[in-house]
Design a protein around this ligand. Sequence first.
Ligand SMILES: *[C@@H]1O[C@H](CO)[C@@H](O)[C@H](O)[C@H]1NC(C)=O
Ligand SMILES: *[C@@H]1O[C@H](CO)[C@@H](O)[C@H](O)[C@H]1NC(C)=O
Ligand SMILES: *[C@@H]1O[C@H](CO)[C@@H](O)[C@H](O)[C@H]1NC(C)=O
Length: 147
Amino acid sequence: MKSFIVLASLAACTLAQRLHIAGPTAGQTVGANSYFTAELQMDNTLSSMSQKSVLIALTACYDVCSQPAQWGPGTVLYNGTFNPQYNVSAPQKGLYQDFRLQLPEGWPSGESVLSVAHQFTVGASEIPVFDYTTVHFNVTDPENPEN
Ligand SMILES: *[C@@H]1O[C@H](CO)[C@@H](O)[C@H](O)[C@H]1NC(C)=O
Ligand SMILES: *[C@@H]1O[C@H](CO)[C@@H](O)[C@H](O)[C@H]1NC(C)=O
Ligand SMILES: *[C@@H]1O[C@H](CO)[C@@H](O)[C@H](O)[C@H]1NC(C)=O
């Protein structure tokens, strides 16, 4: 019972510190083959929280975007350390980090899902915690914007 309460309060506290994908925004359009910025923001932080890593992956979801179980495997665009910083020129953003990423060549136009898997630890005993966030955005073919 005690461990349940500890887990529940741990879950509540990690939920309050979730990572947000501030960019691309839902519904944003990114041109095929172009660069875009994935901006990952932390709402809040505790000194006992230690950032570890993020994995950013992209999945073209075609006509099954509302059914994650049917998505194909994602393409990993970044897998490495996460070190969000406070920017004095943009204090409203809190702690964040920008990742400049490129759509893989030949990426299909239409809806795509950016997924971020985030691993970090909380507390002096470094309990490992994981969270997962996604955003849907649109890829357009600049030579054929109707597609
Ligand atoms: C992507 O574009 C299509 C067609 O314009 C639109 O129906 C859809 O809602 C868009 N998806 C997102 C996530 O905005
Ligand atoms: C991401 O990086 C970690 C640590 O280097 C590695 O163990 C893992 O296999 C990588 N995952 C993918 C999907 O590349
Ligand atoms: C801080 O924010 C300013 C204004 O948005 C931006 O121009 C600058 O590149 C940012 N610095 C870093 C290190 O991200």
